[in-house]
Design a protein around this ligand. Structure first.
Ligand code: GLN
Length: 309
């Protein structure tokens, strides 16, 4: 593995995670995710021009779920630019990822693109004028180009499982439609949304896919520097739902989580970090993943708020 001190830090974090009995609970509201072994853990760091470092189960594919929302957001901004913000806001919601509460008060304009309601609007914007197959094809092309890996695919069983049980998302979509903030039939938009959530990636692939958000020399250029800053800002303020403040406080890096237990965090100008452990905390974010990111940020001094390991 060579002499990179980061490798030692990753090995230590993975060893500590393996020993930790407090692993949180897997997302059981999607039946296909309910049977995932919670004893898995992986972490990977990708840096421009350098070999991706990994520890733990870094080649095991998992369901990226809501981490997909940031790739779809990048596509939607590429297609609509700032016009997207007439349909979805940029403020943290302070509520759970699947909450309906604010949607009624705020007349069908979701708070941000990372809660489910906002991600459904974002998927709808990308879908507009094409078929779900074309929209998902564009998304997969983007993710594969970002990761430099054509093997990345959608797990149709996970998508079918969520389609059969995703009653809250159907409720959100129909409510959005009643306010005229869904252009396509709810079944088509949700078909797109459930399949984007069912993209599978390993930690290694996810860390590599996140490199386009690092910015700076040597990082892949899929979006402009200005857009990178803005997506990172949204990840910091909204990427962990009502746990976003806690994540910013403990980790100090932009991050996007998913109920599959994955988290993608960006160290601007330096690295893209993916971590995966299926057990979730009370916000629906990976419990050990958050703890691992906190340890990594502490041991490396990585934080957008200043050094201070
Ligand atoms: N597909 C999941 C849902 O819509 C994504 C939620 C998440 O990862 N937080 O419920």
């Amino acid at each position: 593995m060579g002499s990179d001190p980061l490798q030692g830090i990753l090995d230590q974090i993975a060893a500590e995670a393996r020993e930790n009995p407090e692993r949180g609970g897997v997302a059981d509201y999607i039946p296909e995710l309910a049977c995932i072994d919670p004893d898995q853990f992986a972490i990977a760091i990708a840096r421009p021009g350098q070999r991706t470092l990994t520890a733990g189960d870094a080649d095991v594919p998992f369901s990226i779920q809501s981490v997909s929302k940031l790739f779809m957001l990048a596509l939607a901004l590429g297609k609509l630019g700032d016009r997207l913000w007439s349909r979805v806001g940029r403020e943290p919601s302070g509520h759970s990822f699947d909450s309906m509460l604010l949607l009624e008060l705020e007349k069908g304009r979701p708070r941000n693109p990372f809660i489910n309601a906002g991600a459904i609007v974002t998927a709808d914007a990308v879908l507009d004028g094409s078929t779900p197959r074309e929209a998902l094809g564009a998304l997969l092309r983007f993710v594969r180009a970002a990761a430099g890996d054509d093997a990345i695919h959608i797990n149709d069983r996970v998508a079918a499982s969520e389609t059969a049980t995703g009653h809250r998302n159907f409720a959100l979509a129909h409510y959005l439609r009643s306010h005229g903030n869904l252009r396509n039939p709810p079944e088509l938009t949700l078909g797109t949304y459930f399949h984007q959530c069912a993209i599978e990636m390993s930690c290694t692939q996810l860390a590599n896919a996140g490199r386009f958000l690092i910015g700076g020399a040597g990082a892949p250029r899929l979006v402009s520097a200005r857009r990178i800053r803005r997506i990172n800002a949204l990840m910091m303020t909204c990427g962990h739902y009502d746990g976003s403040g806690d994540y910013a406080y403990r980790v100090g890096l932009p991050g996007k989580s998913g109920v599959g237990g994955g988290i993608l965090s960006i160290v601007p100008g330096v690295a893209s970090v993916a971590v995966w452990s299926p057990g979730l905390n009370r916000y629906g974010n990976s419990k050990l993943g958050t703890e691992a990111m906190e340890t990594l940020a502490t041991r490396t001094g990585w934080s957008v708020f200043g050094p201070g390991a």
